[in-house]
Write a protein that binds this ligand. Structure first.
Ligand SMILES: NC(=O)C1=CN([C@@H]2O[C@H](COP(=O)(O)OP(=O)(O)OC[C@H]3O[C@@H](n4cnc5c(N)ncnc54)[C@H](O)[C@@H]3O)[C@@H](O)[C@H]2O)C=CC1
Ligand SMILES: O=C(O)C(=O)[C@H](O)COP(=O)(O)O
Length: 377
């Protein structure tokens, strides 16, 4: 059996080699020629899986080690009887960590006191729910907009998009969609952005294109720069709008989900799905072999203040989003080519999830850290 796999899937050879021959490829430039005699295709979000890529090939299973599926023509796969599996939720914790690292950065650099502000989350799927629940458990005033969720889910504070636009912090976790009753393409356009107040913080870690970038630049001008912007995703990746990158607080190359554990979970979930499709028992590889432990086993806090600075110091010890912003800006200064974006992603400096680290004391600060995603005793 021939398996073609994106070279950026961690552990792919170790996990899949017993099923067939694994050939690693650059997913961004994958061609029909490369896949035509493969049986299994394993991709990440940079490969457009379309009829043009697969028609006439022997591929019968496509696995995407990602949450988002906007790069996959699902209709074509169904019609061509090609099985498909993605990795729902694999990196939801990683994206939530990114959000809290971004807020920690805004606190440490601009003293933005987010704990007491009104927070709005867009999208209540695996990522949005994780982010929402972290804020809710911390006692923050948080609301969420998701037109596809019926507002009967316990005490979740579902609101309209108009209300989200009144929030002090807005975190976007909707997929990119261009059809249906609530398409997300340009969901935050000029009209919506005009509702935002001065001093708002926007974190965009869903998909590029959900915010209209020209309208965002314009609104930033109108507010005389009094907006805090954290962008992980961009319209037209792997190119990024340099005018926009220049005005944002944090610019990263679509790596919000790139924790070591999140990426490993993606490969692992697709591996289990393929074993199921092939009707074979996944051999004695247990989850613990496929998902790494973190570098810092635990922290013992000597301070118990429930304060953004205590949270920020712990968060930044595990993952400081500023390092990814600095790397991006440095690389683009050196080289303006489009491959900078993919280079940064391919050569990503590993990071762990907060949950790999145990907080070794009790009290207000440790319960907030538990809510933020750390493990607590
Ligand atoms: N930056 C990164 O590295 C990553 C980005 N993502 C992106 O984040 C998105 C969300 O991830 P998950 O929560 O796991 O996906 P999910 O599929 O579990 O949930 C998406 C949610 O968005 C909602 N939604 C759809 N249209 C909406 C609209 N117009 N307004 C508000 N909500 C809407 C859906 O009802 C659903 O509840 C993914 O589709 C993916 O594009 C995911 C992982 C990593
Ligand atoms: O899971 C998703 O959805 C994502 O956005 C991925 O984390 C993006 O990573 P790549 O698949 O582009 O490596």
């Amino acid at each position: 059996m021939k398996i073609i796999a994106d070279e950026n899937m961690p552990n792919v050879e170790a996990l899949f080699s017993h099923l067939g021959t694994v050939e690693l490829v650059n997913g961004r430039n994958l061609t029909h020629e490369q896949v035509k005699d493969a049986d299994i295709l394993l991709v990440r979000s940079v490969t457009k899986v379309t009829q043009a890529l697969l028609a006439g090939s022997s591929v019968r299973f496509v696995g995407s080690a990602t949450i988002g599926v906007d790069h996959i023509d699902l209709e074509y796969l169904a019609q061509a009887n090609i099985a498909f599996s993605s990795a729902p939720g694999c990196n939801a914790e990683a994206v939530a960590d990114y959000v809290f690292s971004a807020l920690s950065h805004l606190y440490m650099t601009k003293k933005l006191p987010w704990l007491k502000r009104k927070i709005g989350v867009v999208g209540y799927g695996n990522v949005g729910k994780t982010v929402y629940q972290r804020f809710a458990q911390m006692g923050c005033e948080v609301c969420v907009y998701d037109p596809f969720k019926v507002p009967d889910q316990g005490d979740v504070n579902f609101v309209s998009l108009a209300e989200i636009l009144t929030c002090d912090v807005i975190s976007l976790h909707a997929p990119l969609t261009t059809s249906g009753s609530y398409p997300t393409k340009d969901m935050l356009g000029a009209e919506e952005l005009s509702q935002l107040s001065s001093g708002v913080a926007i974190i965009s870690a869903g998909r590029g294109g959900v915010i209209n970038e020209s309208a965002l630049i314009e609104r930033h001008k109108q507010l005389q720069g009094n907006m805090h912007l954290v962008l992980d995703v961009w319209d037209g990746e792997p190119l990024i709008n340099q005018e926009l990158a220049a005005i944002v607080d944090i610019a990263t190359p679509h790596i919000a989900g790139y924790s070591k554990q999140g990426r490993e979970k993606g490969t692992w979930m697709v591996y289990l799905a393929l074993c199921e499709y092939l009707k074979i028992d996944a051999p004695s590889v247990v989850r613990g072999d496929a998902i790494s432990a973190g570098w810092f086993a635990s922290f013992d806090l000597s301070i118990q203040l429930p304060h953004e600075e205590v949270l920020a110091r712990c968060v930044q010890a595990i993952y400081d989003v500023a390092r990814d912003d600095v790397r991006l800006r440095y690389k683009y200064r050196e080289n303006k080519e489009s491959n900078v974006f993919d280079w940064l992603r391919k050569n990503y400096v590993e990071r762990d999830e907060f949950n790999t680290c145990l907080i070794g004391s009790t009290g207000d600060a440790s319960s907030l850290l538990g809510a933020i995603g750390f493990s607590v005793k």
